[in-house]
Design a protein around this ligand. Sequence first.
Ligand code: CTP
Length: 154
Amino acid sequence: MVMKTVITYGTFDMFHVGHLNLLRRLSEMGDRLIVAVSTDEFNKGKGKKTLIPYDQRSQIVESIKYVDMVVPEESWEQKLTDVKKYNVDVFAIGEDWKGKFDFLEDLCEVVYLPRTKNISTTDLKKSLKRFLSIPHEDLIQAFEVLELLRRDLE
Ligand code: CTP
């Protein structure tokens, strides 16, 4: 049997269910899934700052049962060499990148998958920022109310 290899690229910061759904669908497309996780330096070059450092993001992605191998994504150009180096059959990524990697079509199949709705790292970061901007006194008061409610339920 010939093994079918799928590859994808991404930051996977604050790992969420949209990432999980994507990795599951990618694993169903072949026999081996390689994930290239963007390094902090590569993200910096794109003006993107992650909350979780590369070492932790790559460990999390590596531990997902759908993933067979994690490699660092360090440049835009490496896709061309990776596809050849790992004998990739399918390059797949979320549809937010639609059309951007069609140049790989000479080397492998290129697929853009629909994103999971209503979740993204950007949204999670916004929620965290909103939460952190709540004055401390208001938070303490809210926790006190929650504690009273919890006691009521006991
Ligand atoms: N992805 C997805 N569904 C989501 C969020 C992400 O399918 N709701 C996919 C992206 O299309 C990409 C991969 O997950 O192929 C990694 O995306 P990444 O940019 O790391 O995650 P986002 O949540 O989109 O992060 P950001 O908001 O910073 O762009």
